[in-house]
Ligand binder design. Structure first.
Ligand code: S3P
Length: 422
């Protein structure tokens, strides 16, 4: 097989995190919002479905959606449990929203989502005045009985945008001030959007995000920028190539999301960001990526939140970099769509690469030997796409056991990948 050459432009789909938030905030606004380029995928479909079950008349996901919001406290009790599929963001953000409504909502999900920790949001929402019960010790099914919530100043043990956003949305719906201290800054899309819509949201130097909500939320127009996490797959592909460039226009370049871009640049790949603009509080740019001689890096715990979803991909790039790449302080990977530390290390080893697992991270020692075998995705979209990229590398023959699981965040992934591999 010839060395990998890449060429072309990929317009990656709308950002998943921003799409969820846009749908939710549009449903809570007073009037009609227009959302363009929302991510059309299973996870965002779960949020739109849940909002419909809560009384909003959201249309099917599409490139231009008009959503009629009826106000911050006007959702209705759902008739049956809300099945959130694979989507952690749907459950955790909507738990905050329904906690401020005077009815009971039960959340369910697929096998992976049902195992994921929910007490991290139940604790602050309970402290605000909601009553939350679990069918098991943690995870789903979870029932939230909402009511009159009180203000809160919460300290979260984990750097989690979902925890922070659940609290901010509960504060917004209940009309009470809230603040959240996090150990390291997590992605800040909720804050950016709320601020762009005129709400007072501050962040102090010592890591406290504070919302002082207004009485109502104005409707808005928003074009969702391209997903930085989806763009990362093509950046990695270009980094692993022997020659060529991939161009990714219209990508969200919020520093809270571009840790992977900085990491592969440090490894030696050629990455350029141009044409920076701003819209509805988000920074957007064109990213172009090309190969370089890849060297191993050490990722510090402080860098983790800005590349949390890209760590499986970083491990795949590290398998082709000279030296030992070490990632620590990433225990959160254990509770993602799969146990991503186990999925990364077991799969890399199964393919013939040299990798080691830690409780809170992994080490990968790169080589140029051919990597061959079948990857077990555990139904995890990011494992499928990360190893799909590695499989394009020179000499590798990698089969993915469940290619279809990419539908969670990027249904056209395999087609887009094919377009840029010359
Ligand atoms: C997300 C936050 C992150 C991330 C997830 C999306 C969000 O999760 O891993 O894919 O949209 O808020 P945590 O909040 O658990 O870190």
């Amino acid at each position: 097989m010839a060395p990998l050459t890449v060429a072309g432009t990929v317009r990656v789909p709308g950002d998943k995190s921003i799409s969820h938030r846009a749908l939710i905030l549009a449903a809570l606004a007073d009037g009609e919002s227009v959302i363009r380029d929302v991510l059309v995928a299973e996870d965002t479909a779960s949020t739109a479905y849940a909002l419909r079950a809560l009384g909003n008349d959201a249309p099917p996901l599409g490139s231009e959606m008009r959503i009629h919001g009826t106000g911050v406290r006007d959702l209705r009790a759902p008739e049956s449990p809300l099945d959130c599929g694979n989507s952690g963001t749907t459950v955790r953000l909507l738990a905050g929203v329904v906690a401020g409504h005077p009815f009971s909502t039960t959340f369910t999900g697929d096998e992976s989502l049902s195992r994921r920790p929910m007490r991290r949001i139940a604790e602050p929402l309970t402290a605000m005045g909601a009553r939350i019960s679990f069918a098991k010790d943690d995870g789903l099914p979870m029932t939230v009985q909402g009511g009159n919530l009180q203000h809160i100043a919460w300290t979260s043990e984990v750097a989690s945008a979902q925890v922070k956003s659940a609290i901010l949305l509960a504060g917004l719906v209940a009309g009470v001030p809230v603040s959240v201290r996090e150990p390291r800054p997590s992605r800040d899309h909720t804050e950016r959007m709320l601020r762009a819509l005129g709400m007072e949201v501050t962040r102090s130097r010592d890591g406290v995000t504070k919302l002082t909500p207004g009485a109502s939320l104005d409707p808005f127009e928003l074009t969702v920028p391209g997903d930085a996490s989806s763009a990362a797959f093509f950046i990695a592909l270009a980094a692993l190539a022997a020659r060529g460039t991939v161009t990714l226009p219209g990508v969200c370049i919020d520093p809270a999301r571009t840790g992977f871009l900085r990491a592969v640049r440090r490894m030696g790949a050629k990455i350029r960001v141009s044409g920076k603009t701003e819209a509805t509080g988000e920074e957007i740019g064109t990213v172009s990526a090309g190969p370089g001689a890849l060297r191993a890096i050490s990722v510090k715990p402080g860098e983790i939140p800005a590349m949390i979803d890209e760590l499986p991909l970083l491990a795949c790039v590290a398998a082709r970099a000279e030296g030992e790449t070490v990632v620590r302080g990433a225990a959160e990977l254990r509770v993602k769509e799969s146990d991503r530390i186990a999925a990364i290390v077991d799969n890399l080893r199964g393919l013939g690469a040299d990798a080691e697992a830690f409780d809170d991270g992994f080490a990968v020692r790169g080589s140029d030997k051919p990597l061959r075998g079948t990857v077990r995705t555990y139904g995890d979209h990011r494992i499928a796409m990360s190893f799909g990229v590695l499989g394009c590398g020179h000499g590798n023959e990698i089969r993915i056991d469940d290619r279809d699981c990419v539908a969670v965040s990027y249904p056209a992934f395999w087609a887009d990948l094919k377009k840029v591999v010359a």
